[in-house]
Design a protein around this ligand. Structure first.
Ligand code: TRP
Length: 445
């Protein structure tokens, strides 16, 4: 059987397409707002550099050496205890779980593309009412667009690595970058750009508590698509003799740049048009549309383009969230790609409806536990717990389990003198950081 492989650029764009997602444009700005800006951004950037980059290379390496779905790759590469290590591959499940709320959010974005053509709210209050009406009462609109997202994502997956995933990323990623760059240039010309810059880069350590720390580390994993087999699965289709370090660098660079650009742009708009940084997930759906309204007619154009870019980012990430489990069923159960794609799609689609309902008045009461509803729980458990756990397993696996000689045969020529630093980071730095995250999750400090 002929194995489809990504082209060199195709791989980088697909992996970057996975990394650049709702996390960058929707989530990063609002959690930055929630946790007070500068210091939070710094913790996030340090995590990306010191831990994220190393794990990105490690995750690529497992996929590249393993050449199969995540479970089989772990199994193949473990020298002993294969039957235990294969469970490391089940981190792929986290992607399907993320899709439960991710697809619902993409649905909101589709809805906003359509409504922004003709309507923008004239005040933050109105924007809030509009958003909350959709979120808490409008089952049918949300269901309609959630279904559209499901169909699109599943369709691309049925087309496979080359004809589906690579093709989509080759078009949508450049489009996304052009839109964001254009809007960023406009933001640069506004005089509130400086304030946005200060907000994002002036550190106020009093706002950093252990929760902010956990959220920053969790987000670094989330935004880089680490810890659930997406990058690993794509890497199994990398060309032979690829340079993993260069690929990882491009993905980390594009992802971080796009998050910072999106954040600076959004906060500039919010300051300029007096909408104020609304707290929470409503940021791009509430404060931002009100800011676009203040711009006049160009605001409508910007709004549509912005939500289009957001949809592109979300869709390219979505396929990477589901593909690992699709690959798993193809490799291990001999399912056809079409069957695997549709069944995985149905999984997140149907449970996604529960997540959607957990925001709806009248249902929410039954779908809330403690301070979070089902929707928020899925987000929290995946980003704060499952991804760091997946990262920890990969760091230990590459750092201690795969024989060092095999790892260095591939990585030493690429990393040169940095090889030992990378290896050290996997062996000690990452496990310790993950351990601290776990402790603070358990409320130890
Ligand atoms: N990185 C994406 C974002 O920032 C989300 C995502 C896609 C993801 N694939 C992933 C997160 C794999 C963790 C693991 O929105």
């Amino acid at each position: 059987m002929k194995i489809a492989r990504f082209s060199r650029v195709g791989f980088i764009l697909a992996a970057a397409g996975s990394a650049v997602g709702l996390g960058n444009i929707w989530k990063f700005p609002y959690i930055t707002g929630e946790y007070g800006g500068g210091a939070f951004v710094l913790v996030y950037l340090l995590t990306v550099l010191l831990i994220g980059f190393s794990i990105m290379i490690a995750e690529m390496l497992i996929g590249y050496m393993g050449r199969k779905d995540t479970v089989t790759s772990f199994e193949n590469l473990a020298p002993t205890n294969k039957h235990l290590w294969k469970y490391g591959g089940f981190q792929a499940l986290a992607g399907l779980f993320i899709m439960i709320f991710y697809s619902v959010v993409i649905g909101w974005i589709f809805h906003y593309i359509v409504t922004s053509l003709t309507y923008l709210p004239s005040s933050v209050q109105e924007a809030e009412t509009t958003f909350n009406l959709m979120l808490h009462t409008d089952i049918w609109t949300q269901l309609f667009y959630h279904s559209a997202a499901f169909i699109w994502i599943t369709y691309v997956l049925t087309k496979g690595i080359k004809g589906g995933i690579e093709k989509m990323n080759m078009v949508l990623m450049p489009a996304l970058m052009i839109i964001l760059l254009g809007m960023f240039m406009y933001a640069l010309s506004l005089d509130t750009f400086g304030r946005a810059f200060d907000f994002m880069f002036a550190s106020d350590w009093s706002k950093i508590n252990s929760e902010a720390f956990v959220v920053a580390v969790g987000h670094a994993f989330f935004t880089l698509s680490l810890g659930m087999g997406a990058i690993m699965t794509y890497s199994a289709s990398m060309e032979k003799n690829s340079n993993l370090v260069r690929n990882a660098f491009w993905v980390v660079f594009l992802d971080t740049t796009i998050a910072l650009v999106a954040g600076l742009m959004l906060f500039t708009f919010l300051y300029q048009y007096g909408a104020g940084p609304a707290k929470g997930p409503g940021l791009v759906f509430i404060s931002l549309p009100a800011a676009f309204y203040e711009m006049g007619i160009i605001g409508n154009v910007f709004a549509v383009l912005f939500f289009l870019a957001l949809a592109f980012a979300g869709l390219t990430s979505s396929v990477s969230l589901v593909e690992p489990m699709v690959q798993y069923f193809i490799d291990r159960f001999d399912w056809s790609r079409v069957k695997a794609s549709i069944l995985m799609g149905l999984f997140f689609y149907l449970i996604g409806i529960v997540a959607l309902l957990s925001n709806i008045d009248g249902f929410k009461e039954y779908l809330t536990w403690g301070d979070k509803n089902f929707f928020d729980w899925v987000d929290y458990v995946t980003a704060a717990i499952m991804l760091p756990a997946g990262g920890l397993i990969m760091a230990v696996f590459v750092g201690f389990i795969i024989p060092k000689s095999k790892v260095s045969a591939i990585m030493k020529p690429q990393l040169g003198f940095a090889f030992e630093a990378w290896y050290f980071s996997l062996r000690y730095l990452t496990p310790v950081a993950m351990f601290i995250v776990m402790l603070s999750l358990m409320g130890v400090f």
